[in-house]
Each structure stands twice: as C-alpha cells, then as structure tokens.
Design a binder for this molecule. Structure first.
Ligand code: ADP
Ligand code: MG
Length: 500
C-alpha cells in the first residue's frame, strides 16, 4: 500500500476536501489499518447526522451551532432536574432552551402539563345564569329560569356539591340534564345515605367499646399481672351481655394458693343490661341498704361481689362450682373449669350419650333438690339453664351466679320456678324419661305442696306469687323449709377506693 492509498483511506475532514489533513505519524502507524478504522469511527461519532456535503461554511457553522445548542439544553435539563428534585410542583426551564421544541426521549409523556389543568373536562361548565329579571331572549324565543334545559343543566352542575363519597360519575363533562324530580330524589338519597353511614360508624365505635374492656379495667388487669397474682392474661373465653370472661395463668399470692388456670370475669361497666337486672339485687336484703346509695359504677361491683358470695356459699356446700380466688372491684378471679386453656363445654353443647345425660340429670337434681343449693346454701340460682352448667370431668358445674337470690327474695320463688322449667325442659328434650315435670320438680325442691292437678302454668304461678306475698317480711314455716330473713353472709361493706 503506497502513501497515496493511505491518504485516500484517511477520514474526511469536516472542513472540506480542500486541504486534506494528514496527521504526522510513523510509517508503522500509517501502515495500520486498525488506526484508520478507529479514526473513521471517531469522526462518525462526532458528526453523526452530517451530510456528506461539508463544503458549505454556513452548513458547517449551523451543524456546530446545533451541536452546541443540544449540549446546552442537556445541561439545562440536568439543572432543571436538580432544581426541582422530588418536589410535586416543578419549575420548567423550557423557555431557556435553545432547540425548540425540545425533543427529549426521556421526557415522560405522562407528565401533566399543569397549565392544561385549568380546563378540567370532568367539571361541568357553569350553566349560563339567568339574569335577575328571570328570563332571557325576546318574544317567542324567551327562556325563563324554569326552562327545562337550563334547569336540567343547573341540576347536573349542582351534583358537584354532593358529598365526596357519592359517586356522581363523569356525566358532569357531558351535556347532561337532570329533571328536578330526579335531582331531588338523588339529593334525598345522598343525605339519607350519609346519615345512615354516620349511624353505622357510631354503632361500630360503640360496639368496639363494648367488646373490649375499658381503660380502667385494663389497668386493673395489668396491675394483677404486675403484682404477680396472674402470670399471663391469655384471651377471651366469652363476651356476654353483662360480662367478659378471660382465661389467665395463675401466679402467686402470699396468703393463698392460686390455681394454674383461672378466669377473670369482668362485669361490664356499660349499664344498659344491668338496668334490666335491678330487680335481682335491689330487693335482695343483703344489698338493700347499699343499693340505693350507690352510683352505677359501684352497683356493677355489687354484682361481682354478689357472685363471689354466692360461689363461696356453694363451695361450702360442696356444690361443683368455680372457686373464688380474688375480687378486685368489678373483676372476679376464679378457678378455671376446663383444662389446658380449653374451657369445659356448656351442658347444651356437650355431646353426651343417653346414660351420661341421665347421670347429669341426677346430678342436677341432687344439687337443686337434696337441700344443697336451695336448702343448704339458701339460694335460688335464678338463671339456671343448660347455658350456665358446664360439663367437666364427668360432673355438672354450676356457674354464673351473680344474679342468684335467697328464697325470701320477693320474686325468689318465681325465679326458682323458671329454673325448674329450664331444667325439666332441657332434660326432657334430651330424652331423659326420668326427668320430672316442672311442677313436681318445683315442689320437690321447695318441699311445698302446690297442687298440680290442673297443670295450668298460670294457676301454678299465681299460687307461687300468692305465697311470696304471704312470705314477704316474716318468718314462715313451710314443709321442710324455714323461710328466714338471715343477715349473715351479706359480705363486707364495699371499701371506698382511692381512685373513685
Ligand atoms: P354471663 O353472665 O356473661 O353469661 P358466665 O359466668 O355465664 O357469664 O360466663 C360466660 C361463659 O364463660 C360461660 O358460658 C362459660 O363458657 C365461660 N366461663 C365462665 N366462667 C368460667 C369458668 N370458671 N371456667 C370456665 N369457663 C367459664
Ligand atoms: Mg351465663
């Protein structure tokens, strides 16, 4: 390859072909085809779009200017980015750009041109207002404010004022006309929906407050754990109308042993339900003088106290029932009926074979009849049913005795009759043929001899009520039972608490 050939191989100069620029180099370099190729590539990179015709100075100047402008714009774009950062409101440097329009492959298409938002296609055009005189136009072309089209458009625009949660669709952008009738019923629906959702929300808030324990109670519970009385409070076993029952691991108390598993019966401090139960306590002579003096929160504590006393009595008579561990205000801690965190089933849920259910019946009979609950404890359960009897280790356990009263209670015998009815009906339904009728059971429990010939419940109850009336206030002997107003076991007076 001679020197001329090398020159022709050399890349074209951007300054035209007039004076070919031949770089000074050694013969070896000249001989290197690789160098020639490299130079060629570099030139192509520098002027990518260059037309082969580079003879015109003007053209060259323009190309260079263009290149310069682009670099300037690039720099501007970087500065713009840096200036705006992540800010939601950005400043555009567009006006300073050299190349217009700036074609930037990076510029995102979804970037909203904020200037365009002045026209919101989803916002209805303001309907033309009718002048004060009440009409527009003249003669035949008169349009009043009652005009159907004008009104319809106005109504559509007014939908904009509905609450944000009301989805009015994007019909606002169209020329939609709503008649007054449609608009009014829509409006009415919206406001009633709003009221309904407000009510629902309120209810939800209220119900959560009812489900969970209130902060005061929570504090009491924490204190028990802190004091080591409880090891752990595990979870809720039941939420009833009047109480919430929690399972807990027993800790230790100096004076007394605490079972490994206990329950916390938290009497609810919402009073709605207890209002209905006034009659169980306000006529109970053990609480009578205290009941009237107390504020509602303290009355709730009376329920807990009442359950404690009743359980203690029952335990003394060796009736299977939870053992009281501790009473703290409206929280009663007692032994857990069940095992390994699994509470014993209620009698209504226990799957018992026919022999076992018969056995359960006799156990109940033994408890209520053989002078135990009624005669020995001097108690009427007053809510005895398959819901408040648990089946555990082959025994029937009585629970939920906060409402239990003494037989001398003005309605004591009526409550007892109801208990008997629940027991008879349940066991009869479960196929225990030996189950006594409610009347026989009642007479057996009380030792009374109310005639059952007619088997008319109303008559029977009338007899009971008459008996209660006669019993009221004095001591009477009936059969095996002595009705007495006993003053023992009314429990210690409620100590005033420091924080009340
Ligand atoms: P309520 O007055 O809300 O009916 P209960 O005393 O009947 O309160 O307790 C509600 C439920 O909690 C019971 O049906 C029973 O399943 C469970 N429970 C209550 N006390 C105990 C306990 N000592 N051991 C195991 N479970 C219990
Ligand atoms: Mg119950």
């Amino acid at each position: 390859m001679d020197r001329t050939a090398v020159t022709t191989e050399a890349p074209k100069s951007p300054w035209g072909s007039g004076t070919p620029a031949v770089p000074a180099c050694s013969l070896t370099d000249v001989m290197s085809e690789q160098l020639a190729r490299q130079l060629d590539e570099e030139t192509t990179l520098l002027f990518p779009d260059e037309s082969p015709d580079t003879t015109s100075d003007l053209m060259l100047a323009q190309i260079l200017q263009m290149q310069f402008d682009r670099e300037f714009d690039d720099q501007l774009r970087r500065e713009e980015k840096k200036f705006n950062g992540d800010s939601k409101v950005s400043i555009s440097f567009e006006n300073y750009r050299m190349v217009h329009p700036y074609e930037d492959s990076d510029s995102s298409e979804d970037e909203v041109d904020w200037q365009d938002t002045r026209h919101d296609p989803y916002r209805a055009e303001k309907p033309q207002a009718t002048p004060r005189k009440g009409f527009t136009g003249k003669g035949k072309n008169i349009t009043t404010k009652h005009d159907e089209v004008t009104c319809g458009r106005k109504n559509t625009a007014r939908m904009d004022n509905f609450a944000p949660e009301v989805h009015v669709g994007d019909g606002l952008g169209m020329d939609l006309k709503l008649s007054n009738q449609v608009f009014n019923s829509l409006k009415q629906h919206c406001s009633s929906e709003q009221r309904r959702s407000a009510r629902l929300h309120e209810k939800k808030e209220h119900s959560t407050a009812e489900q969970a324990v209130d902060p005061r109670t929570r504090l009491l519970m924490y204190k028990m754990v802190n004091a080591g009385v409880l090891e752990n409070i595990n979870g809720c076993i039941s939420t009833g109308k009047e109480s919430v029952v929690f399972h807990a691991d027993g800790g230790s108390l100096e004076e007394q042993p605490i079972p490994d598993e206990v329950v916390l019966k938290v009497f609810k401090t919402t009073l709605n339900e207890f209002k209905n139960r006034d009659r169980y306590i306000k006529d109970d002579y053990r609480f009578i003088d205290r009941f009237s003096k107390l504020n509602p929160r303290k009355i709730i504590r009376l329920w807990a106290e009442k359950e404690m006393h009743n359980l203690t009595r029952m335990k003394r008579a060796e009736i299977p029932c939870p053992e009281v561990v501790l009473l703290k205000k409206h929280i009663l801690v007692m032994s857990f009926i069940g095992k390994d965190h699994v509470p014993a089933p209620k009698l209504k849920d226990a799957m018992l074979g026919s022999e076992v259910i018969k056995n359960a019946y006799y156990q109940v009979l033994h408890v209520v009849c053989n002078f135990h609950l009624y005669q020995e404890c001097n108690l009427v359960h007053a809510d005895l049913s398959e819901y408040n009897m648990l089946w555990h280790e082959g025994k029937v356990w009585l629970i939920d005795v906060s409402q239990s009263v003494e037989p001398t209670h003005p309605h004591g015998l009526e409550f007892l009759f109801r208990d008997c009815r629940n027991v008879s009906t349940f066991f009869q339904k479960r196929g225990v043929s030996e189950a006594m009728s409610v009347y026989d059971l009642f007479n057996a429990v009380t030792g009374l001899n109310i005639p059952v010939g007619a088997e008319n419940e109303a008559e029977f109850i009338a007899e009971i009520v008459a008996l209660e009336k006669r019993n009221e206030g004095h001591v009477q002997r009936r059969g095996k039972k002595t009705f007495q107003v006993v003053s023992e076991d009314a429990g210690p007076p409620l100590k005033p608490d420091a924080d009340d």
